[in-house]
Design a protein around this ligand. Structure first.
Ligand code: NAI
Length: 284
């Protein structure tokens, strides 16, 4: 059965984007957060994104209104009681995620699929917190969600073929491209990307080059649209460190050792764009 009613949990950077793309594809969406303020900000972001599309004549004012009409907000998880699919995008913390999944398992109907947008936590472990591990799956959207075409679809150890097929079809209905991967630390996206970012930080740490030079080499020499240090600042240096720790712990291989300079920046509160300072300084 293709889902129709969706709940997105977490109205932050990712959750708001995920809610927007579902609403734009005619799904009925409930956006949930523990914070009213986060919900208001999430809707404000969606409104702004849609207004930009109207200005660029990609959609009409009427399209914008109908997308916003597909969206409601709630602070109660119980409202997932009539949803066919729930996509969780709360903070990257296993305790918080398993608590949410345990509660969802109680309040949603038997057929409901529970998906997580985690960028690094094991889907198999999240699934084990529920009594329906065969209906738990990773749906890893990329940032910014309305722009990026990829969804990495992660099969936990117990994820059923039926659940996988439903999510594959749903992702296509969002006009995005699903790519199937299995559940190992960092999946594919962050297992390949993060060591490159970490290595770029090592080159700065060892005095091989300045951040500007490292980014210039990768942009002009490798045709990357954004240098790895600019990208790290965009993702958030705390998130980068967290993912490196997951890879280091998960594989026990020293090639994933987080660069000491990355740790130092995170300890200093230099987290990138969101705090106004990372490898570059931003005028927030
Ligand atoms: P964020 O910090 O912008 O948003 C998280 C939201 O979750 C906040 O609004 C917070 O109030 C809410 N929240 C916390 N606990 C909650 C609960 N128990 N119930 C409901 N809402 C709750 O975080 P962001 O960047 O949106 O990340 C969310 C998830 O997406 C994480 O798992 C992250 O790893 C993943 N992700 C992040 C990407 C990025 O570039 N930032 C890219 C891909 C995935």
């Amino acid at each position: 059965m293709q889902p129709n009613k969706i709940m997105v949990i977490g109205a932050g950077q990712m959750g708001a984007g995920i809610a927007q793309v579902f609403a734009q594809s005619n799904f009925q969406v409930k956006l949930n957060d523990i914070s009213e303020d986060a919900l208001n900000k999430g809707i404000e972001t969606i409104d702004k994104n849609l207004s930009r599309s109207v200005k660029k004549e990609r959609i009409t004012e009427q399209d914008k209104t109908s997308v916003l009409n597909q969206l409601t907000t709630t602070t109660s998880l119980k409202d997932a009681g009539d949803c066919d699919l729930v996509v969780e995008a709360v903070v990257e913390n296993m305790d918080v995620k398993t608590k949410v999944f345990r509660e969802l398992d109680e309040v949603t109907p038997e057929h409901t699929i529970l998906a997580s947008n985690t960028s690094s936590l094991p889907i198999t472990e999240i699934a084990a917190a529920t009594n329906r591990p065969e209906q738990v799956i990773g749906m890893h959207f990329m940032n910014p969600v309305p722009v990026m075409p990829l969804v990495e679809v992660i099969r936990g150890l117990a994820t059923s073929d039926e659940t996988y097929q439903t999510i594959d079809q749903t992702t296509k209905a969002l006009s995005k491209t699903p790519v199937e991967v299995n559940d190992y630390p960092g999946f594919v996206s962050n297992r390949v990307l993060m060591p490159m970012i970490n290595e770029a930080i090592f080159t700065v740490y060892e005095g091989v080059a300045t951040p500007e030079s490292v980014d210039e080499v990768m942009k002009l020499g490798m045709n990357h649209p954004m240098g790895p240090l600019t990208l790290a600042d965009f993702i958030g240096l705390d998130t980068c460190l967290y993912i490196m720790e997951v890879l280091y712990e998960g594989f026990g291989d020293s090639k994933y050792r987080p660069c000491p300079l990355l740790r130092k920046y995170v300890k200093a509160g230099w987290l990138g764009r969101k705090t106004g300072r990372g490898f570059y300084v931003y005028d927030n």
